[in-house]
Design a protein around this ligand. Structure first.
Ligand code: AMP
Length: 188
């Protein structure tokens, strides 16, 4: 099954995606990870997106749409893929619908990890303190910007999927294993 994990930065999308990779053999497709790999490899694309990402702004729709369109065709996505951090705008959601139709693929569910924004800053600071490589955008200023960007540009995709009767909501503030049980119940 192909799914979208939706939620603001720090909601736990990456953690849950990794658990689904282990338990179901689905493939996590994180546009953020793909872009960070481009930066690390100092590609032309990496150089182009670095300052936007560091500041917590979105990169252009075309870039991520192209990446995902190519990526979902790869053999490791055969058992299903988990979109983590994509789509992030209504334009990306519309482009995803079109590419899935062309490729004869379907979305099984859009799962929203609902969280209390006040608790997110603490979570991201914890992530930064525990991780060996600290993300350039895991700091208070960039996080505030990323949350604002989420509310302005990404939250509108919630009604988009509600309208299609595809949206499922889970409590992202619950413990990691409880969130994963809720997701399992949705996926069946
Ligand atoms: P993430 O790891 O998902 O938090 O993404 C980190 C950063 O990568 C974001 O703040 C954006 O700058 C960029 N990014 C990741 N995914 C997208 C996307 N779907 N659309 C636009 N920018 C993205």
């Amino acid at each position: 099954m192909n799914i979208i994990l939706l939620g603001p930065p720090g909601a736990g999308k990456g953690t849950q995606a990794k658990m689904l990779e282990d338990t179901r053999g689905m493939k996590q497709l994180s546009t953020g990870d793909m872009l960070r790999a481009e930066i690390a490899a100092q590609t032309e694309l990496g150089l182009k997106v670095k300052s936007l990402m560091d500041a917590g702004s979105l990169v252009s729709d075309d870039i991520v749409i192209e990446m995902i369109s190519h990526r979902i065709e790869q053999p490791d996505c055969a058992k299903g893929f988990i979109l983590d951090g994509f789509p992030r705008t209504v334009a990306q959601a519309e482009a995803l619908d079109k590419m899935l139709a062309v490729k004869n693929k379907k979305l099984g569910a859009v799962i929203q990890l609902a969280v209390d924004e006040g608790a997110l800053l603490a979570r991201i600071e914890k992530r930064a303190s525990e991780s060996a490589v600290v993300r350039a955008d895991d700091n208070a200023d960039a996080l505030k910007k990323r949350l604002a960007v989420y509310n302005e540009q990404t939250a509108p995709i919630i009604p988009y999927y509600e309208g299609k009767k595809m949206l499922k909501k889970v409590d992202g503030m619950a413990a990691m294993n409880i969130v994963s049980e809720q997701i399992d119940a949705i996926l069946g």
